[in-house]
Design a protein around this ligand. Structure first.
Ligand code: DER
Length: 243
């Protein structure tokens, strides 16, 4: 897939699957739209072989969604739809990112799907990120200016907003919908606060832990050192691999 801002090649998944199933997690956002298409084309064009009881067998690829959007992508690309209920162990997941820094700190949640994305990533043996060069930075916050997405239980959003702003500064803004009156409602029926943090040399690990301990916070859009590999498409159409 080559976007107008850079190229991303999807590395062929090379893995020996004994059970005859390869379980792939599908992330959310616009980059993954192209990734899902590429996966579907690869499966269609490349006869995927597995080994079962020592004998070659057809590789059955099952895709697990990280959101309603990802579920639609899987169906639209005629990929086999699974769920964590029946495939709780995922071989690898591929997803986009809002910003990636050089320490494998990632901001996600621009598309509002952070909670199920992080659950899926945590159930995956490998977690791959794909994005273009506009997503890569030396210091988190220099690229993504809309704040750290924080999914909250609706009744708590004002209390959490006040706590975060009082304790950590900055501004936690309720994410409002564009084509619907009122706030964005996530796939989990929650709200999102986008925390525009002050200039800081934040200890992201500590911050994530403190936020996750706050009653009412469901998930934080910080994916810290979770990525196995990060594929960044350059303006020249090459791919740089980090991690
Ligand atoms: O909401 C999300 O976490 C998305 O994966 C986002 O981080 C990337 O979206 P994009 O591929 O549309 O830039």
């Amino acid at each position: 897939y080559t976007s107008e801002r850079g190229g991303i090649r999807i590395e062929q998944a090379k893995s020996q699957i004994i059970e005859g199933n390869m379980v792939i997690g599908i992330g959310s956002g616009s980059t993954v739209v192209h990734v899902a298409k590429s996966i579907a084309e690869t499966i269609k064009n490349v006869k995927c072989q597995a080994v079962k009881d020592g004998k070659p067998c057809d590789l059955n690829v099952v895709c697990i969604p990280s959101s309603f959007q990802a579920r639609q992508l899987i169906i639209e690309n005629n990929l086999t739809l699974g769920s964590l209920d029946n495939y709780p162990e995922v071989d690898w997941t591929i997803d986009g990112a809002d910003e990636v820094d050089e320490k494998n700190h990632i901001i996600k949640g621009g598309g509002g799907c952070l909670t199920q994305e992080k659950i899926l990533a945590s159930c995956s043996k490998d977690f791959y990120i794909a994005g273009d060069y506009t997503k890569y930075s030396k210091k988190l916050g220099t690229v993504w200016k809309r704040g750290i997405p924080i999914e909250v239980i609706p009744i708590s959003y004002v209390a959490i907003k006040n706590k975060i702003e009082k304790q950590f500064g900055g501004e936690a803004v309720l994410r409002m919908a564009v084509k619907k009156a009122g706030p964005v409602v996530t796939d989990n029926n929650n709200f999102i606060l986008d925390w525009k943090f002050p200039e800081c040399s934040c200890d992201w690990e500590t911050l994530e832990t403190v936020f996750k301990m706050m009653p009412g916070i469901v998930e934080v859009g910080l994916f810290l050192k979770m990525a196995t590999k990060i594929y960044i498409g350059t303006a020249e159409g090459d791919v740089k691999v980090y991690c």
